[in-house]
Design a protein. Structure first.
Lengths: 240, 240
DNA sequence: AAAATATAGTTGTCTATACCAATTATGCTG
DNA sequence: CAGCATAATTGGTATAGACAACTATATTTT
């Protein structure tokens, strides 16, 4: 519980991160009343306004709530926060109470088509393409085509396709996952999709396209998935 | 462009609302550089910190962006903003640069089926049911079935179906729209859907179900829409 | 015992000032 | 004219203090 006034990091930021730590560790659980702003200011020997600057941002992120005359409290966990997180197929199925698995159909480096190159903001034209059949409780659920920015992940092998690829990318290539754009549309199963998914050609499929960005805003993957229309619903909660 | 120092409303709030007005009216378009904080402070004869308090909140709402050494600017409209707010069909189409209209097919009070009654947490079993064909640039885009909690909106007439029904509910019945749960799935057009939407029976449609809640958490409407798969993509941005 | 009052502690608002860091405009110099 | 140093302007950080609005508790009065 210390701050360093000589650090190049702003004082308010140090206090903010300290509080964030208490929240994440659970040391300050939901409902907990924080030390008052004056106490904080005295403790760190800073001005009260500096403390307020630290707290204000956390309040606007809805991690804390202020109550006039009472104090500042740790906010209750909200359902919405769940939906902020980006879901991988594995996590999605787990949340639905099903066991996820994959069958790798294809892994190769290839030249990106124009649309993919544009979405990934490629200079060089190479991408890793990975086609995986996604299973839930050992039954086909979706056919997934991933395109990975080849320059960003040199030497990526097909063994990456098993297990969580995001963990691999974060650990071995030092990227941090940021945001994602998704689009959903209805379509009909092609011959190939139908065969792999075990449905009739022309049966409905939900087409989900996702472009995922690093925390720096660089796009690093584009995924197009065809989900069985009879087995999959995409759910979303829109807060406020 | 005035503020009232004797108003019970805080000064920073008055400034904030003034800026919000300029943004909404379009007087300050995206990219516009705001007067500097010092100019503002002088103009209103308040401290610069007070101006900063007004601006800070708008920045955290992503309506403005600050750039050190350059100035404060009106943010570009981001796709994300569309998806944060709850979108009505009208707003959705407007955001896509199309003109929205409707053809009312049906408006009646009826007994809710079990699923609808559960979703709307009905005690009495009555709902208003409203079927509308939704057009974008005068071409069929979706067929929409709305179920409204009848007890909450006594005396609602079919004239409500034209124009923005949300405005009507907010103004006449004093509700505030809160959150919504949505689910999306792929399906095939039924005979009736196909005819109204102008597509072949069995063509792909995107089925969107939405339950909308008031700010108090009371569900007040359930909507099931069938969107033409060839014309509509649902887009969503997942932050962080 | 109940009601009114005081008191202390909390966040909310606002001031006036100071210096720092990044960017842009200006004017000088070669 | 190009390049460079300087100044001016902008937002970023931080201080110290003041009063207001609100809440909870303790004290006094009725």
């Amino acid at each position: 519980m210390k701050i360093n006034k000589k650090s190049p990091l702003p004082i308010y930021y140090q206090i903010q991160e300290m509080i964030r730590g208490k929240l994440e560790s659970g040391e300050w659980p939901p409902g907990y009343m924080l030390p008052s702003e004056r106490i904080f200011a005295e403790e760190f020997d800073v001005s009260r306004m500096t403390v307020r600057q630290a707290v204000t941002e956390l309040v606007s992120e809805q991690l804390l709530t202020r109550e006039k005359g009472k104090g500042t409290f740790v906010a209750e966990h909200k359902i919405e926060q769940m939906l902020q997180g980006l879901t991988s197929f594995t996590e999605d199925m787990k949340a639905r109470g099903m066991k996820a698995s994959s069958e790798l159909q294809l892994f190769q480096m290839e030249e990106a088509d124009a649309a993919t190159a544009r979405l990934l903001q490629l200079k060089g034209g190479s991408v890793y393409r990975m086609e995986r059949l996604r299973l839930a409780d050992n039954k086909p659920m979706a056919l997934e085509n991933s395109y990975l920015h080849a320059e960003m992940f040199p030497g990526l092998g097909k063994e990456a396709a098993s297990g969580s690829i995001y963990n691999r990318l974060e650990q071995d290539y030092g990227i941090t996952i940021g945001s994602a754009d998704q689009s959903l549309e209805a379509s009909l199963a092609s011959e190939r999709e139908a065969e792999l998914l075990g449905i009739a050609p022309g049966a409905p499929v939900l087409l989900i396209s996702r472009t995922t960005y690093t925390a720096d805003g660089e796009p690093f993957e584009h995924v197009i998935s065809s989900y069985r229309g009879d087995r999959y619903k995409f759910r979303i909660h829109m807060p406020r």
